[in-house]
Design a protein around this ligand. Sequence first.
Ligand code: AHR
Length: 314
Amino acid sequence: MMNRRHASLALALASGLPLSSFAQKKIVLGFSQIGAESEWRTANTESIKQAAKDAGIDLKFSDAQQKQENQIKAIRSFIAQKVDVIGFSPVVESGWETVLREAKAAKIPVILTDRTVDVKDDTLWVTFMGSDFLEEGRKAGRWLTENVKGSDVKIVELQGTVGSGPAIDRKKGFEEIIKGKPQYKIVRSQTGDFTRAKGKEVMQAFLKADPKVNVLYAHNDDMAIGAIQAIEEAGLKPGKDITIISVDGVKGAFEAMMAGKLNVTVECSPLLGPQLMATVKDVVAGKPVPKRIVTQEGIFPMDTAAKEFPNRKY
Ligand code: AHR
């Protein structure tokens, strides 16, 4: 299939003029970001903007403020502007079929970053780069079963955005590990929408309903940090009275661990910008790219925080 860039190259060759006389047109990437709900997301946006600059790619960036309809509008506007590639991080997994078909009909390749979509036809997108959220949930679960012992461990869970890939998979992976171990019980589970404010609010409600909680599993660091405030305001010691497990590995989580208030964070890297720009260039050049590019990540318990902190880039 010949895209617009290949077509202009063919035109240049057919004209008989030297290629150098045709100024190299910048690649245009339309990127629809979810929003600015967390420290992770802010770092992800910075990584994408900086990498586009470094790679000489013309980035059209749109912030959807956590709303799927805004992302759909942004994608339609990128199609109307005839960008070379569309990149986006879908706020939720379902509901993308129609707009992705529109992009395909316009012959604009789509790259998924961070989160994936749930569509039957996987030719609607070229590649998906980002973390393995299921494995992150499993890592959190394994840390719990290896480090928190007892015959009746009461867990409260702060879920991410309802319907989002990380909320679905981090829950699933964690539950997979505690399944068949009746001493670990999730007694309350609710969404905190990946934000500090909501994390605090929901944790307050959890503690009001029953302050006898042993473990908090938060699907991201921001909700854990909000919950830490709620726990302290309730006169309890986060990290001691309540063991806290979260995901992301942002600097705020490392600070909380160094203060003894958060027990472990499972890493989820937002630094996807350079990989995205390299893939955009490959796609435009017509090179084959892998369908799935998984980010390699670790896990950081509290006792590693001080040593690791100076190395953290987000
Ligand atoms: O999709 C990645 C998740 O989205 C991060 O864990 C969370 O902090 C962010 O908002």
